[in-house]
Design a protein around this ligand. Structure first.
Ligand code: 5GP
Length: 172
C-alpha cells in the first residue's frame, strides 16, 4: 500500500459541517418528506452521516452511475442501479460525494428531471468549482476545495481509500 495521504479535511470538520447541512436542508423542506438519492458508490458514507442529521421524515434511495468505458469525465454515463423507489410527486435531494466538471451531475439531473418530482435539489460534500465544464446548480455544498484529486470518506483511488475517515490528498 502507498504512504498515508495528507489530510485536507479532518473528521471533526466533516462531522461539524454535516450537522450544519442537516439543519440547512430541513429548514428548506419544512416538515415535508425528503427523498435522499445517494449516487453510488462515492456518496455512501456521506449519505449515511447526512441523513442522521436531517431531522423529520426522510426516505433513502440510491442511484448507481458509471462512465461508459473509455470515457473520462465526458458526462456520458449509464445507470447501473435505479432507485427502486417511487420518486414521482416527492422532494428529491441528490446526494453526491464531489462535483468536479459537473458533467455527471448534469446527466443525473436531466434523467431525474424527466420524472414528475415535487422538487429536485443537490447536496454535495465537496465542490471543485474551478474545474467546471458545464454549469450545474449545487444547492447545498459541504466544502469548496482546490482542483486536486482527493480520496477518503467514500472517495476512492482504484477502489482503495474509501475507508479513510478523512478527506485527503494522495501525493504518492
Ligand atoms: P464530474 O462528472 O463532475 O467531473 O465527476 C464526477 C465524479 O468523478 C464524482 O462523482 C467522482 O466519482 C469522480 N471524481 C471527481 N473528482 C474526484 C476526486 O478528486 N477524487 C475522486 N476520488 N473522485 C473524483
Amino acid at each position: 500500500m502507498p504512504d498515508q495521504p495528507r489530510v485536507l479535511i479532518d473528521e471533526e470538520r466533516i462531522a461539524a459541517r454535516i450537522t450544519e447541512l442537516g439543519k440547512e436542508i430541513r429548514a428548506v423542506y419544512g416538515d415535508e418528506t425528503v427523498v435522499c438519492v445517494g449516487i453510488l458508490k462515492g456518496s455512501f458514507l456521506f449519505m449515511a452521516d447526512l441523513i442522521r442529521k436531517i431531522e423529520g421524515p426522510v426516505q433513502c434511495a440510491f442511484l448507481g452511475v458509471a462512465s461508459y468505458e473509455g470515457t473520462k469525465s465526458t458526462g456520458v454515463v449509464r445507470i447501473t442501479h435505479d432507485t427502486r423507489l417511487k420518486l414521482e410527486e416527492h422532494h428529491v435531494l441528490v446526494v453526491e460525494d464531489i462535483v468536479d466538471t459537473g458533467l455527471t451531475l448534469d446527466y443525473i439531473l436531466r434523467i431525474l428531471g424527466q420524472r414528475k418530482l415535487k422538487s429536485l435539489r443537490v447536496c454535495a460534500l465537496l465542490d471543485k468549482p474551478s474545474r467546471r465544464k458545464t454549469e450545474v446548480l449545487v444547492d447545498f455544498v459541504g466544502f469548496e476545495i482546490p482542483p486536486e484529486f482527493v480520496i477518503g470518506y467514500g472517495l476512492d483511488l482504484d477502489e482503495y481509500w474509501r475507508n479513510l475517515p478523512y478527506v485527503g490528498i494522495y501525493d504518492g
